[in-house]
Ligand binder design. Structure first.
Ligand SMILES: *[C@@H]1O[C@H](CO)[C@@H](O)[C@H](O)[C@H]1NC(C)=O
Ligand SMILES: *[C@@H]1O[C@H](CO)[C@@H](O)[C@H](O)[C@H]1NC(C)=O
Length: 319
């Protein structure tokens, strides 16, 4: 196995490059998918998150409240560029998690819901798996329903995804020490998750003042998940922050204004990017707090420069 720092930097770099490419829409391949044994840092990847990481769970999600949103990623042009058919990914090609798996010399992550319902059969629990579900929130969907935010697309919040992981755990390892070893040599991708906790209320024109009150709850859910995984034996966890929501085309259309001062130099909505930065800073602060609690927990930050908008893309590692 390569050194843990070298492995970490490889993943951090991949995340940075892949994340940047989403926003500058590079047409060229972002990274080479060649693999050498030196980059084989982890034996498996376990991924939690939303559409940014969902490699097909969307297709098997039995809790969809909005059936039309479920089928969208199962139609072209989704999947067109790389897989040549829709795979349930909300992308025409591969996702960041796919590039990380390729670079690590591991198989592309299969969607756990497809395995659970028997559709996907050629799978071994120790090869890793993906729990990320498109539309997922960090906080449980029931919280938002109680607040009148009725458009949460799926019940598979981060907590429910972790429950699925706990159900699966006995087929990955059987003793506390065995689990520590297996999970210690796995890579955990915890996110991106949390973006939908803000997207859904923003889609309903909820006030940013109200949405800001959800930030500590989202950060807390992510923190609980990380703690749980670390206590089970996870040593390397990637925890990306959110992307600049003020540059998202849907919000640019929804919140369009004639007031030029509301936009930054590249045409993004300043108030919404300020909010994203606020959230990312809170997440970063929590990871630093965890660092104080957990032995040898290191926090490394990847600064994502989106033209003139510096965004914090938080990445964490331990061990
Ligand atoms: C929905 O999520 C809740 C937790 O918020 C969980 O208790 C329940 O089992 C989930 N339902 C389904 C159908 O997955
Ligand atoms: C754990 O034990 C069960 C029951 O003995 C067995 O079926 C399973 O394969 C074991 N899992 C691992 C990872 O060894």
């Amino acid at each position: 196995m390569a050194s843990s720092r070298a492995c970490f930097l490889t993943v951090a770099l991949l995340l940075h490059v892949a994340a940047s490419s989403i926003f500058i829409s590079m047409a060229t391949p972002i990274i080479s998918s060649t693999t050498s044994s030196s980059t084989r840092c982890y034996k498996a990847i376990y991924s939690f998150g939303d559409s940014l990481a969902d490699t097909g769970n969307d297709a098997y999600d039995d809790t969809r409240t909005l059936p039309s949103s479920q089928t969208l990623a199962l139609n072209l042009p989704y999947g067109e560029t790389y897989f040549h058919h829709p795979t349930g990914r909300w992308s025409d090609g591969r996702l960041i998690v796919d590039f990380i798996a390729e670079k690590m010399g591991l198989p592309l992550l299969k969607p756990y819901l497809g395995i659970k319902n028997g559709n996907i059969k050629d799978w071994n629990p120790t090869e890793g798996v993906n729990f990320a579900v498109a539309g997922a929130t960090a906080v449980d969907s029931s919280f938002y329903l109680e607040k009148g935010i009725y458009n949460i697309a799926t019940n598979y919040s981060l907590g429910v995804q972790l429950d699925l992981f706990m159900d699966l755990l006995p087929s990955i390892c059987n003793s506390s020490s065995g689990c520590k070893e297996v999970l210690g040599s796995s890579l955990f991708l915890v996110g991106e998750i949390g973006g939908n906790d803000f997207n859904h209320p923003l889609f309903l024109y909820k006030s940013i003042t109200e949405i800001r009150t959800y930030v500590p709850l989202v950060v807390n859910q992510i923190s609980l998940a990380i703690n749980k995984l670390i206590n089970l034996g996870a040593k390397t966890l990637m925890v990306p922050g959110n992307f600049p929501l003020g540059c998202n085309f849907r919000f640019l259309i929804m919140y369009e204004t004639a007031d030029k001062s509301e936009y930054d130099e590249v045409g993004c909505l300043k108030w919404l990017n300020k909010f994203t930065q606020y959230y990312n800073k809170q997440l970063y602060a929590e990871l630093n707090r965890l660092q104080g609690l957990q032995n040898q927990f290191q926090v490394l930050v990847v600064l994502l420069e989106l033209q003139t908008v510096p965004m914090l893309c938080v990445v964490a590692i331990r061990g």
